[in-house]
Design a protein around this ligand. Structure first.
Ligand code: ADP
Ligand code: MG
Length: 392
């Protein structure tokens, strides 16, 4: 199934309502990281150049639904967007009754989450939003895994609904990496919890040739292999599941490698003394905060041999300088590799930024949860709706 694409439609003099993910960090009324706004710029510029009357919707933070709260106002986003576009961007506080916008102009609609029924995907709200436009453009990949009024419900009622270039670009890049991957295909899944990523690991094992686990996830696998993990972050309840995954990997002729060595500390802090331990020599009062140097070399070699790399989740507490080396080694190995590489996830992107390898990742996904759901093989609800209306 396929969906309509904004670039293929005639937007001239049309009222075009674009859903973006402009949920950026704001401090003291200023946007502190505008990456998501910049990611949306090509879509907005294209619509304006095509002569559309452009209305933009987004959420910001988690306000109490139905209550205006200046803390969650999109005004700082309107200001920054205006600077980037080189034109005034008007923020409209109450917009469900109608938006006054001329072709070639752009209006930002105040936080969609101020509207009761947004999260519950209320049909009346979705119809009201749809009534504002001739064409609805879904461009918010980062929220495409949520079926809400402004991401999914509206699609069913808008006269025309299509994918914007940012959303379509994400889907194309992820599909390229996942459906027709150069082999061997490697997934690196790190971060803090097995529980939230366990279904991903299970599905990934069916798709990839190699799987490297890191971070708190690796700690659970280390424990599942019978080693002491001391006071490490890990999930004892999931040891059995980890064992099943190890067995599944073996049955498929592969393996989930367990780190040979790790970096431990006696406390979870920036200045804790880092100590290298063999994986079977972790003491009761020590916690694993990174992979060790031998393991970093071994994993770097696996990365060097991969044709496709999927990366979500740091392999250590990279925010602490003493425990950042493992994640840095992964980032630099991906930097050196000529494989097609895709990375996604909030903290993963922070790590990529920190280690200065942004330019060397083939594709950086703006989505965290949406990226993982796509990797799992799930159809994102907002995309499913776009496909359904395009084919009805
Ligand atoms: P992402 O946001 O990229 O999806 P996660 O949110 O799952 O990644 O995990 C990132 C967090 O995992 C980081 O804050 C990092 O400090 C933490 N982490 C990584 N390794 C460990 C570890 N060994 N012990 C505790 N926390 C860890
Ligand atoms: Mg995170």
């Amino acid at each position: 199934m396929s969906y309509l694409r904004m670039e293929n439609l005639d937007l001239a003099a049309k009222r075009v309502l674009i859903r973006e993910d402009l949920n950026v960090p704001v401090s003291a009324g200023r946007v502190t990281s505008d990456a998501r706004i910049r990611a949306a710029l090509p879509t907005i510029r294209t619509a304006l150049e095509m002569g559309a009357a452009v209305m933009i919707m987004s959420h910001l933070g988690r306000p109490v639904e139905g209550e205006y709260d200046p803390q969650f106002s999109l005004q700082p986003v309107a200001d920054r967007l205006g600077e980037l576009l080189g034109r005034n961007v008007r923020l409209q506080k109450d917009w469900l009754d109608g938006v006054d916008v001329a072709p070639g102009d752009v209006v930002l609609c105040e936080n969609v989450r101020f509207n009761p029924g947004e999260k519950a995907n209320d049909e009346t709200l979705a119809r009201t939003m749809a009534g504002l436009c001739d064409i609805f453009v879904m461009d918010a990949f980062g929220t495409a895994h949520r079926a809400q009024a402004s991401t999914e419900g509206i699609t069913w009622h808008a006269p025309v609904a299509c994918a914007g270039p940012l959303l379509a670009g994400e889907l194309d890049a992820l599909a390229k990496g996942l459906r027709d991957p150069a082999r061997p295909m490697l997934a690196i899944v790190g971060g803090s919890k097995v529980s939230t990523k366990l279904t991903v690991l299970d599905t990934l094992l069916d798709k990839v040739d190699e799987l490297i686990v890191g971070g708190g996830i690796a700690n659970t696998f280390i424990a599942a292999s019978g080693h002491n993990v001391g006071t490490s972050l890990y999930e004892p309840d999931l040891i059995h599941d980890a064992q099943l995954l190890i067995q599944k990997a073996h049955a498929g002729g592969g393996a989930i490698p367990i780190p040979k060595d790790v970096i431990v500390a006696k406390a979870f802090s920036d200045d804790a003394e880092p100590l290298v331990r063999k994986v079977n020599e972790v003491a009761d009062d020590e916690m694993i905060l990174d992979i060790g140097p031998l393991t970093a070399i071994e994993y770097s070699e696996i990365i060097a041999g991969a044709g496709t790399i999927i990366w979500n989740g740091p392999v250590g507490v990279f925010e602490f300088r003493n425990f950042a080396d493992g994640t840095r080694a992964m980032a630099e190995a991906i930097e050196r590799s000529s494989a097609y590489s895709i990375a996604g996830g909030g903290d993963t992107l922070a790590a990529i930024d920190q280690f200065g390898v942004t330019e060397d990742i083939s594709y950086i996904s703006t989505g965290g949860g949406a990226f993982l759901e796509f990797v799992e093989g799930k159809t994102l609800p907002a995309v499913a709706a776009l496909e359904a209306v395009a084919n009805r």
